[in-house]
Design a protein around this ligand. Sequence first.
Ligand code: ZN
Length: 344
Amino acid sequence: MDVKAQLLNLKEEVLKEIEGVKDPSSLNEIRVKYLGKKGVITSILKTLGTLPPEERKEIGQLANSIKEFLEEKIREYEENFKKKELEDALKREKIDVSLPPNWFDVGSPHPVLQTLKEITDIFLYMGFSVESGPEVEYEDYNFTMLNIPENHPARDMQDTFYLNNGMLLRTHTSPVQIRTMLKKKPPIAIVAPGRVYRKDLDPTHSPMFHQIEGLVVDQDITFRHLKGILKIFLESVFGKNIPIRFRPSYFPFTEPSAEVDIGCTVCGGKGCKVCKNTGWLEILGCGMVDPNVFTACGIDPTVYSGFAFGLGIERITMLKYQITDIRLLFTNDMRFNSQFKGIV
Ligand SMILES: [Zn+2]
């Protein structure tokens, strides 16, 4: 075969190879193999000198035109690859601006904490300060110094989680009264919100729940002060026209003691399941601080007097939102919790 035919064959061969490539790197291999410094066509061009002069020009031109043609073809295919790559990338990274946004869930305080904050704020507004105490408490602070000595029947009123060494899980926030009176001299006006524990579990009782305790101690504090403060508080939570009544009661750490009821918020006093057809809802316990509690804390009961009150936050929360089972508050069920979003 003469050089001319060889070149034309080669052209067809390379063209086929170019058309068959699947990726840009194979194109480069073809370029090196045929058109590179040591490539097939280049070596043919190098042998031009050995040809007779009349063929040299023709073959030289033919070889150069084939070389240019093939180089152009390779470039063309490379461009196509680049274009396709860009198109694929655009398709892959396409942003559909009409899609709905991915809403992310914004949390909110638990309904019990919302109520706790609301109640605490009312007392802060009236000039009370906030005190806190440990949940693992001395038996003395939880019972004895609150006028509930050992074997006193009142200890049976609260089913206690006892720990070792005279410690327990506090059954009420009242030990914060003791802690406050041991470290502060009157006048005292504090509220103590926090968690308390009792062995109890049914639709209206949870082994862990929240209370808020209030204590006011000064000279000449009377039951009238207690009634006034609680009236302002209850009206702030339940509205200006809420009926309020004080019922004589008994607590070891107050004397006299009272329980406070409000008119049923569900039936408006007509009688319903929630108020057990009485028209009244028991809301809190209160009373004048028993002189024995003052004495235990080193405060002279002949000089000072005071009042204390305590209430369950879950109960208020349940009444406010008409929740019928306390356990719903502690199951961490988002279907329940998310209903209280944005209430505060
Ligand atoms: Zn009712």
